[in-house]
Design a protein around this ligand. Structure first.
Ligand SMILES: [Zn+2]
Length: 155
């Protein structure tokens, strides 16, 4: 996994631990409820989105993280439902937390993540890849691995 570069179009599976390297990231962004595009709006604010619809600004969960296994790591970005699975919490909840409560919550999640294995399907977003220095894979799906599903990479 050490040599993985996001140049493949196809989705593929990996497994490992989710490591949140930046604990002070916001864990959500304000988005159009229709198309998920980012919007510089306040929560629940009505606005006309570039997608052509009158929309409501909604927090969408997002994590920048690393997936680590015994051989290396890969940088990923998770959105929406996939993020909420990892955090165990909805974006609409996180936005309600005070800074202090959020930090505490994230701290706990981060600690719990050190004991969990996940199976992920990831892909490279070709549009994003055209922009310079974008090195994150997108996570298409994620689920927690049961202990017996965790393959022993040394065998
Ligand atoms: Zn939109």
């Amino acid at each position: 996994m050490t040599t993985l570069q996001p140049t493949e179009i196809t989705k593929f599976w990996i497994q490992g631990k989710v490591v949140i390297t930046n604990l002070s990231q916001s864990f959500y962004y304000m988005s159009c409820a229709g198309c998920n595009k980012g919007a510089q709006k306040n929560y629940n604010e009505r606005f006309f989105c570039l997608c052509g619809y009158e929309s409501t600004a909604t927090p969408r969960a997002r994590i920048y993280a690393q997936i680590n296994d015994d051989t290396g790591s890969v940088s990923v970005i998770l959105f929406g439902h996939e993020t909420e699975q990892v955090l165990g919490c909805y974006a609409t909840k996180i936005i309600e937390y005070s800074e202090e409560v959020k930090n505490k919550y994230i701290d706990n999640v981060s600690k719990e993540l050190t004991t969990k294995y996940w199976i992920l399907q990831i892909y490279a977003d070709q549009e994003k890849m055209k922009t310079q220095r974008y090195k994150n894979f997108n996570v298409y799906s994620i689920k927690e691995a049961k202990q017996e599903e965790v393959s022993n990479s040394s065998s």
